[in-house]
Design a protein around this ligand. Sequence first.
Ligand code: CU
Length: 307
Amino acid sequence: MRPGFHGAQGWLTTVSKGAACLSALSALAGFAPAAIAQGFQPGVSHAAPNQMGMIAANSTVADDMHFFHNGLLLPVIIVISLFVLALLIYVIFKFNETANPTPSRTTHHTGLEVAWTAIPLMILVVLAIPSFRHLTKQLSLPPTDMTVKVTGKQWYWTYTYPKEANGGFEFDSNLLDQDKLAAGKMRLLDVDNEAVVPVGKAVRLQITADAVGVIHSFTIPALGVRMDAVPGRLNESWFRADREGIFYGQCSKLCGKDHAYMPIALRVVSEQAYAAWLADARKKFASAEVPGSGDVTVADASAIVRQ
Ligand SMILES: [Cu+2]
């Protein structure tokens, strides 16, 4: 979390802290040691049961989103709701038939009409400014350290690590067999091949969909990433993970019969662990040699997904 957001978010992070306590308690009780060992943390990797509020932020973009929602939108809507409730209660008691037998015949009040137009307008402007600022930050890529290309298919994801970043391979990431889930594995979230990235590095995501497929949406809430995967189009997004662990997401565009069964599992590891994983993955996925490119064109993207 950015230092600047601590104050504004203090009372709002209570819920996530509660979730962290619950996970600590369950670990103490020997409830989920395997899951903890794999970097899984309820409320951090994925929403905990009965969790309120959002999953803990793990990138500067997600921090901004949390601040915008928790620090600005929520207080504004609470004040407006309480104000309207107070007006309703006032009217019910002050202007009921017994208290006010002869009602006023006023139909217009210029000052009031200007006020109830101008004040909501000003509230919207106040909300729009940080909203556009956050959108710009989310969509303008800073200088990135590496690129991962993500292709949404029916119904799984393919991750491509371009040659320039010591990659040159790609692999499919499929939902695990739900009937044979190992202990500590998350139902409907864990996959056979996780995407892996190093912690603290700006990762550029190039997101597209199978050229002959449908539209998907690549979403990882903890990292503040959500981007449509559209056939024939290469969208970009980015994130910089603040801490290690496994972070889950799901396809967020209704894309067909197995929409619910194409989860995203992204593991954030130390740089050394990432280098070791890269060396392994290059061997493991050697058969799926892909053209290297940090700037895969749409034509390249189609060629890759057709392989
Ligand atoms: Cu999908």
